[in-house]
Design a protein around this ligand. Structure first.
Ligand code: DC
Length: 670
């Protein structure tokens, strides 16, 4: 997951390959609640692991459910519709998860305990009054702790005998379908007699109600439905665990990859995007995004649990769509509209205004930053396509809304070749923590950005480069470690850095069984991180690095580190030989005295005793060898920026490099 302040997505040109998507949020949280209310143990496969499911799981654990996770399966032992009596008031924090807040409000008001439900500030702006009104008609006791109509809420115990079950329970259906879902999921708890729910107003987002009914049926509850106005939960309904249940991949998450297939062509101009985990027979309403994508020109094939998407019409065809049935996925259409042959209109989407953020305003604002003309109203948005000269490089605000972050990544396919900056990219964790990694695993960029930091030994380039990489969310290459590992492999093979062994050492270098994980260097699975950091290993590295065949053998390996979204590479010849086209090259130096002193401190802190004088003469010997060798000697690239950090703190050096990088970016302020 990207936990950086922003993520710059370079201009993307194509995409092809296979993606597996995380489980559906809507299915996951419904299944979790049903399994928790049922008796017995339910094994849930492919559950979504995200912020919204985590808050639900935490809440269920607090209620006394047994929860056991193992890999991608989770076993939940339910409470059988009953809380242990007499527990203390339980505070439950539900983040920004509407799919936890609404159904838990309903279930907990019928379970009998005392609870306080709260969330992040935005959660406290998302309406819940219609649900509370419906529950209050029934006799439940719920108080608002902040603004009336909104969380946080206080729930007090009720006596089941006192519940008013004779009259139909009326609930509004035109603000959020989650209110009806919440009642349907929870009312079996009180089904001493038939319970009738009547929907007031036109029910929105009906497909989500279908998911609810489908899952209730799997847990043994057969709700009778008359149109979309009247639902009856039969007397005597009881939750019974299906034993095992599989969660489909999230169809709303699939929308980004369906759009990707429609927008991008593969490397050969032929390939497609294959999506695994969800197919056209999905129970999720957002699967109907496929129809809208087809209307815009996508070619979609599908089978059980897979979709295959490729570009059809190009530019895409503009659409005018009532998107009420696919409110979440329709945001993706708003970005696809930038690539269409005329203005596209999405109608009947008032619910966008009460989601994670006011999505109509958010989409309109951010699309305009890209240069688009956008009209919007209380329940619609119209997006005009962008011609090549109209595109602007933009810093996209994401409003703590995962879908804004995900759908705007598709703007990176702009024909102007501009990067897109996504602010606070970690908000995707709500439903799809590895969204960007998944996108990058199939996307192709004409130019993946590289920052090179070259310099002599002990100049601090490793620390600087690793930190710059971390702050930008880029990959990091410590090229010195490749020479160090080669030196180690040479020693272990009983060779020395002499010209007569050059071919053998080069062969070792070309086939190094090397892995980098969590800051560790593994050689054939063995952690050699410490062993390659000794002074002796540094000397060996310096010696093998003079052998031209060794350098040639390591060239392709180093270049393979250049992957989306970008790379920071440190070494001696990053800017001169390995990545001569790098967008920023820094040549980092410090005086020999300073460097010897830093290394001295480092070694002493590790309990290794040395003297300053011997360190300094070692450093100077290595500098001399590294700069005088015939191939790729240590020298600044012609276009390198020089940074002498003798007098700078590490933070100052980082700021300097980030400022230089920023100067090269086309982004306007957010
Ligand atoms: O950066 P370092 O001290 O870990 O590098 C060890 C040796 O590897 C260094 O003395 C020279 C060599 N090296 C190189 O020749 N080219 C690079 N890009 C990186 C390191």
């Amino acid at each position: 997951m990207f936990s950086t302040a922003f993520l710059d997505i370079p201009a993307l040109a194509g995409a092809s390959g296979t993606v597996r998507l995380p489980g559906s949020k809507s299915i996951s949280n419904r299944v979790l609640l049903l399994a928790a209310l049922a008796s017995g143990t339910t094994t849930v496969h492919d559950l979504l692991d995200s912020d919204d499911t985590r808050v639900m799981l935490d809440a269920l654990r607090a209620l006394g459910c047994g929860i056991d996770a193992a890999g991608s399966t989770l076993r939940i032992t339910g409470i059988g519709g009953q809380l242990k009596p007499g527990g203390p008031m339980l505070p439950l924090f539900l983040g920004n998860a509407g799919t936890a807040m609404r159904p838990l409000t309903a279930a907990l008001s019928l379970l009998g305990g005392e609870f306080e439900l709260s969330g992040v500030p935005r959660m406290h702006e998302r309406p819940i009054g219609d649900l509370v009104d419906a529950l209050t008609q029934l006799g439940c006791r719920i108080d608002y702790l902040g603004n009336p109509g909104y969380p946080p809420l206080r729930i007090r115990p009720v006596d089941h005998g006192a519940l008013v079950l004779d009259a139909p329970i009326r609930v509004r259906g035109d603000v959020s379908s989650q209110f009806l879902t919440a009642l349907l999921l929870a009312l079996p708890l009180a089904a001493r007699k038939d319970i009738v729910i009547e929907v007031v107003g036109e029910l929105i987002s009906k497909p989500y109600i279908e998911i609810t009914l489908n899952l209730l049926a799997r847990f043994g509850i057969a709700v009778q439905r008359e149109g979309w106005e009247r639902f009856t939960i039969p007397a005597g309904s009881r939750y019974s665990s299906p034993g095992d249940i599989h969660v489909e991949a999230d169809a709303s998450s699939a929308s980004y990859f369906i759009a990707l297939g429609a927008i991008a062509t593969g490397a050969s101009g032929q390939d497609s995007i294959r999506i695994e985990g969800v197919g056209a027979d999905s129970i999720q309403g957002d699967i109907r995004f496929i129809e809208a994508a087809r209307q815009m020109g996508a070619q979609v094939d599908s089978g059980p649990n897979w979709l295959d998407v490729r570009r059809g019409a190009w530019p895409l065809k503009a659409i005018d769509l009532d998107a009420n049935h696919i409110p979440d996925a329709a945001m993706t259409l708003a970005v696809m509209a930038l690539y269409a042959d005329g203005p596209s209109t999405l109608r009947n989407i008032a619910s966008w205004r009460v989601k994670e953020t006011d999505r109509i305003d958010a989409m309109a604002n951010e699309l305009r930053k890209l240069g688009a003309t956008v009209d919007s109203g209380p329940d619609f948005i119209r997006v005009h396509p962008l011609e090549r000269p109209g595109w602007q490089a933009a810093s996209i605000r994401t409003y703590d809304d995962h879908r804004v972050a995900m759908c705007f990544s598709l703007a990176a396919f702009n024909p102007a070749g501009l990067p897109v900056r996504i602010l606070e990219p970690h908000c995707v964790a709500k439903t799809f923590p590895d969204y960007f990694e998944t996108l990058f695993s199939v996307a192709q960029a004409p130019e993946v950005p590289v920052i090179c930091i070259d310099g002599p030994t002990a100049s601090g380039k490793g620390t600087l480069a690793a930190e710059v990489a971390r702050l930008l969310g880029y990959h990091y290459l410590d090229s010195g470690s490749l020479y160090r590992v080669t030196g180690l492999a040479m020693r272990r093979a009983g060779l020395s850095a002499e010209p007569q062994h050059e071919a053998q050492i080069a062969a070792l270098a070309a086939a190094l069984p090397l892995h980098f994980t969590e800051g560790k260097v593994l050689l054939a699975g063995e952690d050699v991180s410490d062993e390659i950091r000794t002074e002796a290993a540094g000397m060996d590295a310096s010696r093998v690095s003079t052998l031209p065949a060794v350098r040639a053998a390591l060239l392709a390996l180093q270049q393979r580190f250049r992957q989306l979204p970008g790379l920071v590479a440190d070494g001696r010849d990053m800017g001169t030989v390995i990545f001569p086209d790098a967008a920023l090259k820094v040549f980092l130096t410090a005086s020999a005295a300073q460097r010897a002193e830093r290394r001295h401190k480092q070694l002493i802190s590790k309990g290794i005793s040395t003297t300053l004088d011997s360190l300094r003469s070692d450093l100077e010997a290595r500098d001399a060898r590294d700069s005088s060798r015939s191939v790729a000697p240590l020298k600044p690239a012609q276009d390198a920026r020089h940074l002498d950090n003798s007098q700078l703190s590490i933070e100052q050096s980082i700021d300097q490099v980030l400022n230089w990088w920023q100067e090269k970016q086309p982004f306007k302020p957010a």
